[in-house]
Design a protein around this ligand. Sequence first.
Ligand SMILES: N[C@@H](CCC(=O)N[C@@H](CS)C(=O)NCC(=O)O)C(=O)O
Length: 250
Amino acid sequence: MQTIWCSVLYSRVRYLFLDDTQWYKILLFAEEAGLPYTIKPVNISKGEQFDPAYLRISPNNRIPALLDHAPASGDGPISIFESGAILLYLAEKTGQFIASDLRGRVEVLQWLFWQMGNLGPMAGQNHHFVHYAPEKVPYATDRYLNETNRLYAVLNKRLADRRFLAGDAYTIADMASYPWVLPERQSQNIDDFPNVKRWKAEIAARPATIRAYEKGKAVNTAAVVTKKSMKVLFGQTSASAAQPRTRGKR
Ligand SMILES: N[C@@H](CCC(=O)N[C@@H](CS)C(=O)NCC(=O)O)C(=O)O
């Protein structure tokens, strides 16, 4: 067993951010695989993702990131950013939640990347324009609500004759998508997607899922987006990336 350090957003304080979807992917894996881990909070609404120390781990100033203190290569700690890369790393490290045969592996990888390139970004923009944008932009709202709606249908079709996204086994492809299927928040009627509803309920009932969300919620206690945190999160330009600021300077 290895110790895993997982950076997450921190919202115990007043400036909070609602989107905790990305790092639950990693908690789901750690709980399923029984990996020991520590959650290291990064308060993204205060700009802690721009701390130089964190940027060395996650140069895109996003959460989650992971530090494996004892990788299989035995040559010292290794850090990884991007949730899909982290899931794949952990699956390869443990030999769990990914198929070992070529075809099975392709099934897992294509649905893992489907989430990373489609459900995540489109539902993320849905959240942004529906819940955070200071003015209503009907074109953008419609675009991302419709895309989310289309992606739910793709998921529903895929799950029509499969228990999980890659077949009979629960894999990292499911762990990536599960936290992103939030029908109420995404203005979707789950009853229109019965296979997604069944899949979501089955994963929700897994003991590891229950544990992951309990542990996550203990860190991420409440969620409020303030004007100040919106500026930090949604006002980023090349200057933010070029001139990382230190904690407390924002
Ligand atoms: N593609 C990235 C997306 C990560 C992401 O968007 N994380 C958000 C939190 S859910 C974040 O760190 N936001 C901080 C910021 O915008 O500065 C991944 O899957 O890891």
